[in-house]
Ligand binder design. Structure first.
Ligand SMILES: *[C@@H]1O[C@H](CO)[C@@H](O)[C@H](O)[C@H]1NC(C)=O
Ligand SMILES: *[C@@H]1O[C@H](CO)[C@@H](O)[C@H](O)[C@H]1NC(C)=O
Ligand SMILES: *[C@@H]1O[C@H](CO)[C@@H](O)[C@H](O)[C@H]1NC(C)=O
Length: 349
């Protein structure tokens, strides 16, 4: 520990006096690595003496959370890893600590099975973060306003593989910088798609593996690239279901639902868009629904569906060869691969 303090002090001195110079003083890389860990402990006085206030409070004030900061960063951004907390009350207490700065980067609460089932309103005590990782926990309920201090800062909300049954979706539209949102692997039961309207920065949306139904439509998401909705309980996909208006949309994953029909106009038409419909209950690929997607250069993966390969899929075997954009493993319900069918069988159609 003494060595740490000496090293830290050395860095502080070179940092403050602006004399870090690779030619004169080559600092071994492991020293740089140590500079990213907040082990201020007893060195408070020394920091003050050199006019440097460490952004993290004394570590005994935030244990068992671990506060780290990058001494090289100009804005004193701190990360707080609270994965070892035993209760929500502990999180509250720690966030009441006196942080000399309020610029937080990342908050972590991961692989924590200490029965923290509720995030209460106000738990974060007005402290804001940019990246929030809460995954592999017992969390079930996120109360209204529990996350309100993040509205204007959060770029990434990573909430996968918890046990969430209740989430304040109505507040989502206030997350103005949100680029990444995942609530996959929870127990939502119902996802109100309309709550995402107008998240103009959103690039990734993950709501897979919730066995959920969806109410409403995903619209006005002009930067969306990727939407994961596999392993849910959708049975029909209605017109305008995913009409984000994004020309960057490259991937829609609806595999592993129980989809029996997809209405025309359900999806954005974007060149190169991949739509994954693996493992649903489609008995046909309707021309009105899929032709515009394929003609625009999209692909459709439809393996593991009980497709009846009759006249209603003859349109795929026309001169425009749209079949080439259907996934290579797509089979009819008798097991025969679509790509192996003799096109002449459709002549009588
Ligand atoms: C320093 O950190 C980098 C990246 O985190 C790692 O690749 C490297 O091995 C570390 N160096 C030492 C000496 O620990
Ligand atoms: C969490 O709650 C479950 C069921 O109530 C109990 O079996 C388990 O021991 C608890 N775990 C902890 C770490 O408190
Ligand atoms: C089918 O396989 C061929 C050859 O590997 C590949 O070029 C083509 O892109 C595949 N088609 C689709 C729709 O994935």
């Amino acid at each position: 520990m003494k060595l740490d303090i000496v090293i830290l002090l050395y860095i502080v001195v070179t940092f403050v006096s602006g004399q870090r110079n690779d030619h004169q003083d080559p600092i071994p890389s492991d020293v740089y690595n140590q500079s990213k860990v907040c082990v201020v402990q007893d060195s408070h006085h020394q920091h003050e003496y050199y006019g440097y206030v460490p952004p993290c409070p004394d570590s005994e004030d935030n244990a068992p959370c671990v506060c780290t900061y990058d001494i090289d960063s100009e804005d004193n951004t701190m990360d707080l890893d609270c994965s070892a907390v035993e209760s929500q009350e502990q999180v509250k207490q720690i966030l009441k600590a006196d942080f000399p700065f309020k610029n937080f980067g990342q908050f972590d609460l991961t692989y924590n099975y200490n029965n923290i089932t509720v995030l209460e309103s106000g738990v974060f005590n007005g402290v804001s973060f940019e990246i929030i990782n809460i995954y592999y926990t017992d969390l079930e309920v996120v109360e209204l306003k529990a996350l309100n201090s993040w509205y204007e800062t959060a770029t990434k909300l990573n909430l996968f593989n918890n046990k969430i049954t209740s989430f304040p979706f109505d507040e989502l539209s206030q997350f103005s910088k949100l680029r990444y949102f995942s609530i996959s692997g929870n127990s939502l039961g119902m996802v109100p798609a309309d709550a995402f309207h107008g998240l103009t920065a959103l690039e990734y949306l993950g709501v897979s593996d919730n066995y959920a139904n969806f109410v409403g439509t995903f619209q006005d998401l002009p930067n969306l690239r990727d939407i994961d909705m596999f392993s849910n309980a959708l049975t029909t996909v209605s017109a305008n279901f995913i009409k984000t208006g994004s020309s960057y949309l490259m991937h829609i994953d609806l595999s592993g639902n129980n989809i029996v029909s997809v209405e025309p106009g359900a999806f954005d038409i974007v060149e190169g868009l991949e739509i994954n419909m693996y493992g649903n209950s489609l008995s046909t690929l309707e021309e009105a629904t899929w032709r515009p997607h394929l003609e625009a250069g999209g692909t459709l993966f439809a393996a593991y569906n009980p497709l009846i390969c009759g006249c209603d899929i003859a349109w795929l075997f026309g001169e425009d060869q749209l079949l080439e954009q259907i996934g290579n493993y797509t089979t009819c319900n008798d097991g025969e691969n679509l790509h192996d069918l003799d096109p002449s069988i459709f002549d009588p159609c």
